[in-house]
Design a protein around this ligand. Structure first.
Ligand code: ATP
Ligand code: MG
Length: 553
């Protein structure tokens, strides 16, 4: 698809443009800061397109920084998958990959600086007590009895924390701000906690790890980030972001701006919950084609272009909303319609026998790979006496609205001949097992000799030449529009999110490779499954149906 690269303006672009126009900055520097504790999802794509997109459009830079402060939940597999997904989406980060853990020593020294200024203290309340002392939106917090330790004592204890002299959860470092602040994040937030956990980058070097709020602003400043974009739930954290940078000796002070998260109807975009789907075996893996992860969408046949276009269409605002699945689907359809070769596949097969053709009849028919794009070329498709057609393409009786094959009536086989159904054979249960037809061999690319018109076209594959294939049809993973708002989101799982069919495809699909999506007439866009498909069992994923068949299950 000719990609629409012009991004609609939004409040963030306006801020960036003002900052460039006023000379506040000469160049823009953004970052995408995932925590490597899961695979990226479509919500992250929104953030990626924003951060990398702004950098691209204003000739700036965008860093990829792993926000790796919780080693217990992070690993290298997640790191690799994130790098791959960002590249696959078409973006290039500035210089080397950064890790917050690169700054652990600097962060430690900034913590010492806060202690020396009387702005941080070692607390020995339990996690539970800290929660209780914090208060609520309507109730002020209460000072910890450890709050007024001397600077000397705090320095000594913080060093002991680092040395591993405390047990896990027995001490933490907190900022000394205001237990009565109307922003709960400002009620002496924890800056460091003890975790005896091996880290994927720093190994066993540390047993204290900095918290997100402490780490993020300092990492941004160290990297010279100008604009730090995050989602709205961090609005209050901006107070702390600024407080920390205002109270340490650091030359840069990036500004944080918040935008609304992406929420998608009938989908879930929260790593914590997606992790549960994987861990409980509700889906096969992070790249299960039903998952709204980048890897799941890729495996299902979504293209980078379609995901970037989706992000462009949803835009950037401060309003929380629930985007319709139909919007995502229309982006992939628009792309695939222009790029997908056509092919024939029969998902629910029934036999057609062309009685008037001799046994062993075979002919190669030339067909365009795309009805409107001639430079996509043509292919040869075998035609013979016995064909598979789709069960839904035949009825014994039907009214005139029915445009497919009926007993006694004619139809055109796609890019082939006109046939007429003469009689059928059924099994004991009344199911049709064969449809006997006659074929008019004088109708290739033209009307019958007497000039009458035949409306309606159905697709087919030659039985003798067909390849058996499995088709995986996907539905929404959830039964409700907003599973995230349900207390128990697991109870809203759609048990029919995967439907498997066995049928046939034309022989050239033997060479189908993963990531190339075909349009199977009337059935939708399909691509070979990169994990399950092999020489013995061809497996196709339905990327999307041809039209908006979006149903509320
Ligand atoms: P999740 O809630 O899925 O665990 P997260 O915010 O914890 O997401 P991070 O790895 O910290 O995940 O996210 C990296 C960046 O992606 C952050 O800047 C975050 O704001 C952004 N992001 C995450 N989810 C969404 C979303 N649904 N919409 C837009 N941006 C998102
Ligand atoms: Mg996060």
């Amino acid at each position: 698809m000719t990609e629409n690269t012009a991004s609609p303006t939004n409040f963030i672009r306006q801020i960036v443009e003002q900052d460039l126009a006023s000379g506040k900055y000469n160049s823009i520097h953004t970052r995408f800061p995932p925590e490597p504790n899961g695979y990226l999802h479509l919500g992250h794509a929104k953030s990626i397109c924003l951060n990398f997109g702004i950098a691209q459009d204003y000739q700036g830079q965008c860093n990829l920084r792993f926000d790796d402060t919780n080693p217990v939940k992070e690993n290298r597999e997640f790191i690799r998958s994130i790098e791959h997904d960002v590249q696959w989406l078409g973006f290039k980060w500035n210089g080397k990959i950064r890790y917050s853990s690169d700054y652990f020593e600097q962060l430690f020294n900034y913590a010492i600086e806060l202690i020396n200024k009387g702005l941080a203290y070692v607390d020995e309340l339990s996690v539970e007590e800290i929660r209780k002392y914090r208060g609520t939106l309507s109730k002020p917090g209460k000072n910890s009895p450890y709050r007024d330790r001397t600077i000397q004592e705090n320095l000594k204890l913080f060093q002991s924390m680092r040395n591993g002299d405390f047990e896990q959860s027995k001490a933490c470092l907190r900022a000394k701000i205001d237990m009565n602040s109307k922003f709960i994040v400002m009620r002496d937030p924890v800056l460091y906690r003890i975790k005896f956990a091996k880290h994927h980058q720093t190994d066993n070097q540390w047993c204290i790890y900095p918290m997100y709020d402490f780490t993020h602003c300092i990492s941004d400043a160290i990297e010279g980030i100008t604009h730090s974009f995050c989602t709205l739930e961090f609005q209050d954290n901006r107070q702390l972001y600024n407080w920390i940078l205002n109270n340490i000796t650091i030359s840069k002070h990036p500004q944080q701006y918040e935008f609304s998260r992406l929420n998608l109807e009938y989908g879930l975009l929260s790593k914590r919950k997606l992790t549960q789907l994987v861990d409980k075996g509700i889906v096969e893996s992070w790249d299960d084609p039903r998952m709204l992860t980048i890897s799941g969408l890729r495996r299902r046949g979504y293209t980078p272009t379609s995901i970037r276009e989706f992000c462009r269409r949803i835009g950037i605002t401060k309003q929380d909303n629930l985007v319709q699945m139909a919007l995502l689907e229309s982006c992939i359809r628009d792309d695939l319609n222009k790029t997908s070769p056509r092919a024939m596949a029969v998902l629910d097969p029934v036999i057609v026998i062309l009685e008037n053709l001799p046994i062993g009849y075979k002919e190669m028919l030339n067909m365009p790979n795309h009805p409107n794009i001639s430079n996509m070329g043509t292919r040869s498709v075998p035609f013979s006496r016995k064909l598979w057609i789709d069960r839904a393409d035949f009825r014994e009786k039907a009214n005139k609205q029915y445009k497919r094959l009926r007993l006694g009536k004619e139809i055109r086989l796609r890019n082939a001949y006109i046939i007429r159904a003469e009689r059928i054979v059924k099994d004991q249960d009344g199911n049709i097992t064969a449809i006997y037809c006659v074929c008019d061999l004088d109708t290739l690319g033209k009307d019958p000799a007497d000039g009458h018109k035949v409306k309606g076209v159905i697709h087919w594959v030659s039985m003798e030449h067909a390849l058996s294939a499995e088709f995986r049809l996907y539905n929404n993973l959830f039964n409700v529009a907003n599973p995230d708002s349900n207390e128990n989101f697991l109870s809203t799982i759609n048990l029919n999110s995967l439907e498997i069919k066995r049928g046939f495809v034309e022989p050239m699909l033997k060479n189908a490779v993963a990531m190339v999506t075909y349009q199977f007439e009337r059935e939708g866009y399909f691509c070979v499954d990169s994990v399950l498909s092999d020489n013995l069992n061809l497996v196709f994923n339905r990327t999307v149906t041809l039209r908006n068949s979006f149903q509320k299950n």
